[in-house]
Ligand binder design. Structure first.
Ligand SMILES: Nc1ncnc2c1ncn2[C@@H]1O[C@H](COP(=O)(O)OP(=O)(O)OP(=O)(O)O)[C@@H](O)[C@H]1O
Ligand SMILES: [Mg+2]
Length: 280
């Protein structure tokens, strides 16, 4: 698989001396869906700030599609890397949804009919048609998230970087966003990197997971491989998906026997279906 993002031996120290990232190595292939999972303060947002050059690594090298994140490459890199911030209020600053989405496009020279078409397309993808004239500030948390996503998507980035994308969403909003991100990944072949401490969503969206704690990558592998390391996950103040925890308890009680804990309801259903005394 062709590499899109290469993070090599990267450390980041804030001005006050806080070592937020230490010797981080990450490699992401084109079209992959990657979860960066870690507790509060692990360094996830710092890592994302480095990806589009908002922050400069204290040491190490970051490359996006073979281009290093140094000043002369930043205009190209900022088009290729679309970041959806943790807090939508940090992202939305225009007085209408239309202007919000037009802003980045105008900056890269998209005008007229092409501009209108792209705005319409981005709003359709996120399911927010008809909101063009609304002020982003008068939208709900979940709606703001969708507009922020539309404004980034409109730039047709190679990779979408989403910092805690589900944090402000209600349960239906979460499942709609997961479907939407999966659709965007498949339909437009846009690579996804998202950070989260919501362990239940990770198996639904990620191909691979990097576990980060206190600025260091603790573990990486396929979603199944990473969730196999129960002790490490629990030591990091995270947990297993609830459905995995339930089956773990049932197994301890001698109620079921599994080779691998299920990570999603779909997987759990298959296991429980084999039990003739349980109707699922
Ligand atoms: N501007 C800053 N100056 C100094 N230290 C900072 C700054 N921003 C973040 N930090 C520190 O760096 C560490 C990593 O912070 P970061 O925001 O990257 O964590 P995070 O994994 O995104 O956490 P959360 O899940 O709470 O969003 C934390 O200890 C934080 O206190
Ligand atoms: Mg954060």
């Amino acid at each position: 698989m062709e590499e899109l993002i290469s993070i090599k031996d990267v450390s980041y120290i804030y001005n006050d001396g806080k070592k937020a990232l230490q010797d981080v190595n990450i490699s992401v292939g084109k079209g992959e869906k990657i979860a960066i999972m870690g507790p509060n303060g692990a360094g996830k947002s710092t890592l994302f700030g480095l990806l589009n050059g908002i922050l400069k690594p204290s040491s190490g090298i970051i490359k996006i599609d073979k281009l290093e994140t140094v000043k002369k490459n930043l205009p190209k890199i900022r088009r290729d890397v679309g970041v959806v911030f943790q807090d939508s209020d940090d992202q939305l600053f225009n007085s209408s949804v239309r202007q919000e989405i037009a802003y980045g496009l105008l900056n890269i020279g998209v005008f007229g009919e092409e501009l209108n078409k792209t705005i319409k397309w981005a709003l359709e993808v996120v399911g927010m048609e008809g909101y063009e004239d609304k002020s982003p500030h008068n939208l709900s948390g979940g709606e703001k998230k969708r507009i922020a996503l539309a404004s980034v998507l409109a730039m047709k980035p190679k990779v979408l970087v989403l910092d805690e994308p589900t944090a402000s969403l209600d349960p239906r909003g979460v499942s709609k966003l997961i479907k939407l991100l999966d659709y965007i990944n498949k339909k437009f072949n846009i690579t996804l990197i998202f950070s989260t401490h919501d362990v239940d969503i990770v198996p639904l969206l990620a191909d691979r997971v990097y576990l980060i704690d206190k600025g260091k990558i603790v573990l990486n592998g396929s979603t199944e491989e990473v969730f196999d390391n129960k002790e490490i996950i629990r030591k990091m103040d995270l947990r297993l998906p609830r459905v995995a925890h339930l089956v773990e308890i049932l197994e301890k009680d001698g109620e079921v026997q599994v080779d691998k804990l299920p990570l999603t309801i779909g997987q759990a259903r298959k296991i429980l279906k084999n039990r003739s005394d349980i109707n699922v």
